[in-house]
Design a protein around this ligand. Structure first.
Ligand code: ZN
Length: 610
């Protein structure tokens, strides 16, 4: 167990070590397991109850996930079927239509705490457990239980027989202790969105028909008995004919989740990176997609190196890119992604999901409460990495995030990023605030304090908070420590409100031999301004107007242009005047933020042209 190094005084986090033995019946998709869980209460509180997630139960008619699917205006297209009713097209929940042998379930029996039977109540995807004896601060207790599961027909993320023919995508498949942290119990019903988990170690034995090939979280301990390219070089694996099953033994240290997938037709390739990390690729043996999966391998290694250099070293020994699931989803040490379609699509989703390894699986923010810190930062790293390995680099790899954010603002459906991920009115506003606006949190930091500082912040944030649960205050605090700028106003405006940035050039007038420029702040969010004036003679001059809330002067972002630092603009003043020591006739153009990094929601008023 690596020591947790969160610098917040008094920081604590719970700890859960799992030992599980599970047997999968590949004919009925039923599985049986035993779990022993050593749970350590590092909180200052005495716990009388604990909660387990039983995610599989979401895939049952009338579950909260089903209800949500039926009530939301823009349901996930993968989770509904379109049917014609009269001349109207209606979307029907696929969960409602599941038959008893197609639903998912996860039921716990024989639950004991230190050998004593405990009272528990299943409420859909949550198991409420009244402890037999209270769990005091700084003590551990051992839970033991049996569990019975049925793998649902693939609806979302986990499931059986998805449309690309993967038999078993086993995500959120076991009774999983809910996280108790500084914000209390995080025992949300599962409606197909984000996760938060307890750090710990996993020791998992999976017994399954010997023709199945597995990939997932952790390190396989008995590859030499199993084969399928998991054996050491030169080892000949001999499985006796009469042996019907293999037991795959995985160990996963210091993770907060354990996921696996299995299929009879997987091809399994390995690629060892320069840093000695083994990348596993498991994909269907379909001739038309094999070349894509081969081409993906060196690119994944390149991306891993860039991520290591940009954020910090990937701390595990393996990462597995596995065809499975639906769309793409990040898990500890692995991802389940769709494997068909274009090469660019395959590379893009791999770049995204692997980037989550840093921002969800090492920096484990509560992505249900602060989805922007996970999806947003992941999107930033994905865009940055893909641009680094692209043959043609672009000036701003985050362009799509700006477009998405702008569309969200215009739609009038934006809700603050402080909204719980499950609780947005619609899916699209949720996604855009998490991925696009979350990404722009970092690009706005770049605008506020410069690119060099942003890159330092990302490294320091990782070093300081890895293997813990950082919060919004932690990324802000890191940014303040690196830059010495005051940034609390920015965290508040950007993440807890729907305030927007909009500055404009209101007036340009002759003032004797000089020119007076009047700027106005139209949006609620105050920002510092970079302004570049271009003259008729072809030369340029820069002006910088600090935002007084920051008590900070940014390094000149255009070192080739001479810059004047003006007095600060206090947000309380709706307009700001400054003087250019040139006649108006000599000025060709005036531009607010020529970098276009500032997320101004109306750029039409950002320039003056003669
Ligand atoms: Zn993501």
């Amino acid at each position: 167990m690596m020591a947790q190094n969160n610098p917040n005084p008094g920081y604590w986090q719970q700890h859960a070590d799992y030992k599980m033995d599970v047997t999968m019946d590949v004919k009925t998709y039923l599985y049986k397991g035993k779990q022993t869980l050593v749970y350590t209460n590092n909180s200052p509180d005495t716990l009388k109850r604990v909660y387990f997630h039983l995610y599989n139960n979401a895939f049952q008619p009338n579950s909260p996930m089903d209800a949500r699917l039926k009530a939301i205006k823009d349901p996930d297209g993968r989770m509904v079927t379109k049917v014609k009713v009269g001349d109207k097209e209606v979307k029907e929940s696929r969960i409602t239509a599941l038959k008893p042998n197609e639903i998912g379930f996860l039921y716990v029996t024989n639950l004991k705490q230190d050998g004593i039977t405990v009272t528990n109540k299943r409420v859909s995807t949550i198991l409420e457990v009244d402890l037999a004896k209270p769990l005091l601060p700084k003590t551990s207790t051992t839970f033991s239980m049996d569990f019975d599961g049925q793998v649902p027909v693939q609806i979302r993320r986990s499931g059986r027989n998805n449309k690309e023919g993967i038999e078993l995508s086993m995500a959120q498949w076991y009774p999983k202790m809910a996280e108790y942290d500084i914000d209390g119990w995080q025992a949300d019903p599962y409606i197909a969105r984000e996760f938060h988990g307890v750090w710990g170690n996993f020791d998992v034995n999976i017994t399954i028909d010997k023709n199945y090939i597995l990939g997932g979280t952790g390190y396989l301990q008995n590859g030499n008995q199993i084969g399928y390219n998991y054996e050491d070089e030169g080892v000949k694996v001999n499985i006796p004919k009469k042996q019907k099953t293999n037991t795959w033994h995985f160990i996963a240290p210091n993770v907060h989740d354990f996921t696996w997938a299995a299929d009879k037709d997987y091809l399994h390739d390995k690629w060892v990176t320069k840093d000695g990390i083994t990348l596993h690729f498991l994909y269907q043996n379909k001739p038309e997609f094999i070349q894509n999966w081969k081409n993906l391998q060196p690119k994944t290694a390149q991306l891993m190196e860039i991520y290591n250099n940009t954020v910090g070293k990937y701390p595990y020994k393996q990462y597995s890119v596995i065809q499975g699931g639906d769309g793409g989803m990040e898990y500890a040490m692995c991802t389940l992604i769709l494997g068909e379609g274009s090469f660019d699509g395959l590379l893009g989703v791999t770049a995204h999901e692997m980037a989550h390894s840093w921002f969800q699986h090492v920096l484990a923010t509560n992505e249900a409460k602060n989805s922007w810190m996970d999806e947003g930062f992941t999107t930033w790293l994905e865009n940055y990495g893909l641009n680094e390995i692209a043959e043609k680099k672009v000036a701003n790899p985050h362009e799509d995030s700006y477009k998405g954010y702008l569309a969200l603002v215009k739609s009038g459906k934006e809700q603050s990023q402080a909204t719980h991920a499950d609780r947005y009115d619609e899916n699209r506003p949720y996604s855009i605030q998490a991925y696009s606006k979350g990404n722009l949190f970092l690009t706005q930091l770049e605008y506020l304090i410069g690119e060099k500082n942003l890159l330092k912040i990302i490294k320091k944030y990782y070093t300081d908070y890895k293997f813990t649960h950082p919060t919004p205050t932690d990324i802000k605090h890191t940014a303040e420590k690196v830059s010495d700028a005051n940034l609390d106003w920015f965290l508040t405006d950007w993440t807890q409100t729907t305030n927007t940035i909009d500055y404009g050039i209101k007036n340009v007038s002759e003032d004797g031999k000089n020119t007076k420029v009047t700027l106005e702040r139209i949006g609620r969010t105050p920002m510092p301004l970079d302004i570049v004036v271009t003259y008729e003679n072809g030369t340029s001059e820069g002006f910088y107007i600090p935002n007084t809330l920051m008590r900070y002067t940014k390094e000149n972002p255009f070192p080739e242009i001479n810059r004047t630092v003006l007095e600060g603009w206090d947000w309380a003043y709706p307009t700001f005047d400054f003087t250019i020591n040139q006649e108006k006739g000599n000025i060709k153009s005036i531009q607010i933020d020529p970098s276009t990094i500032m997320a101004d929601v109306n750029r039409d008023n950002n320039s003056y042209k003669k």
